[in-house]
Design a protein around this ligand. Structure first.
Ligand code: ADP
Length: 213
């Protein structure tokens, strides 16, 4: 099963993808996490792409495509839940050359909900699990429920950077929706409720991607 989770920043892509990974038994591939790992390790590539990510811009298509190809080579033969890629029509075309996608889940979330969510988002430094100070609190403040790791606020979750990410999404990424709709792969999920239970959305996604008997 090869699934893409698509949506604006803060639409819950990472949260749903990691839960789907557990349910479907395939890896969760997040280009956002791959980018942050390169930056954290201060690799030559990480140093080069830091400026794009910290300002809310996109890493150039060729660079992010190479990062993804490298990750695909190290184990995705049984399938994957991919999230964060593609973000441009050019990337969608590159992905089509790499592999065949079974479905693209399109998360539709109003800007007001996104801004609220991202301003309260926390992530685990060790395992990458995502929390929210309002809707998805960890059991112990500042500590990850799963591994006990320290929770942090992402550098790009500052108000001005959030606005820039939304602008970039509207300009570069929204056309990807039309691309996949015309391919017949797109499945829309609306989520207007800022307090919606992530498990509810995950169940909806699972129903949408289950092969018909
Ligand atoms: P968001 O929460 O905004 O959806 P991600 O965690 O997916 O963010 O990605 C963080 C940053 O990494 C992006 O703002 C961008 O700079 C970079 N990035 C990740 N995936 C891509 C991609 N497919 N194309 C270009 N840049 C990317």
């Amino acid at each position: 099963m090869r699934i893409v989770i698509f949506g604006p920043p803060g639409s819950g892509k990472g949260t749903y993808a990691s839960r789907l990974m557990e349910k479907l038994g395939v890896p969760h591939i997040s280009t956002g996490d791959l980018v942050r790992e390169e930056i954290r390790n201060q690799t030559p590539l990480g140093k080069m792409i830091e400026k794009y990510s910290s300002s809310g811009g996109l890493v150039p298509d060729e660079t992010i495509t190479e990062i993804l190809k490298e990750r695909m080579r190290s184990g995705a033969s049984k399938g994957f839940v991919l999230e964060g890629y593609p973000r441009t029509v050019n990337q969608a075309k590159e992905l089509a050359k790499m592999t065949k996608i079974d479905a693209v889940i399109n998360l539709i979330v109003p800007d007001s909900v996104i801004i609220r969510r991202l301003s309260a988002r926390l992530q685990c430094k060790s395992c990458g699990a995502i929390y929210n100070e309002i809707t998805l609190k960890p059991r112990v403040a500042g500590k990850c429920d799963k591994c006990g790791g320290e929770l942090f606020r992402r550098a790009d979750d500052q108000p001005e950077v959030i606005q820039e990410r939304l602008k970039v999404y509207r300009e570069a990424s929204a056309p990807v929706v039309d691309f996949y709709r015309s391919e017949g792969l797109l499945k829309d999920i609306g989520n207007e409720d800022p307090n919606a239970d992530p498990n509810e959305i995950v169940s909806q996604i699972l129903k949408m991607i289950k092969p018909r008997p």
